[in-house]
Design a protein around this ligand. Structure first.
Ligand code: FE2
Length: 161
């Protein structure tokens, strides 16, 4: 039997199908992120902060998945190429203690000793389904957690064009 007569899809056809499926998933994630960003902007439309007033007209979205096991954490950092950073909490382990697993945003941190002023920080409680948006220039880190479950977060940056 020749390959043309074979009704099973070839590996190339399967990869093509998987490729279409994967691109649709990414399209859905990007469209969701764009909607969230649009709502954020509308919510702060009367705000006079330069961050809001000079919002880029066109932008790309770069997204990535963060999966962390028990004890995992992100150290303080910022996203210097982004305008706004978002995180969509796909799974936050249940029954976490106090602030463990939280994201903390700050204008300074012990690893970035820019000044001697008191560190202004905000620890944000998150649960599965939470969405967090903040200026990409803001330092942020996460508090380690202990759980049998994984933490899964879809993070994205708005990149001005
Ligand atoms: Fe980050």
């Amino acid at each position: 039997m020749s390959s043309k007569d074979n009704k099973s899809p070839s590996s190339i056809e399967i990869n093509k199908l998987l490729g279409n499926y994967q691109s649709k998933k990414f399209d859905l994630a990007e469209n969701s992120a764009r909607l969230i960003i649009k709502k954020y902007r509308v919510n702060f439309q009367n705000n006079n902060e330069g961050f809001i007033k000079h919002w880029p007209n066109d932008y790309d979205i770069y997204g990535w998945l963060i999966e962390m096991k028990s004890g995992g954490e992100l150290h303080p950092h910022m996203h210097d190429t982004g305008w706004i950073t978002g995180s969509i909490y796909i799974n936050v382990p249940s029954n976490l203690n106090s602030e463990s697993g939280n994201i903390v945003v700050s204008v300074n941190d012990r690893e970035f000793p820019f000044s001697n002023h008191e560190i202004k920080k905000n620890s944000i409680d998150i649960t599965t389904g939470s969405i967090c948006l903040f200026p990409s220039s803001l330092l942020h880190h996460t508090i380690p957690f202990s759980s049998q479950e994984e933490s899964i977060v879809l993070a994205f940056d708005v990149l001005p064009e």
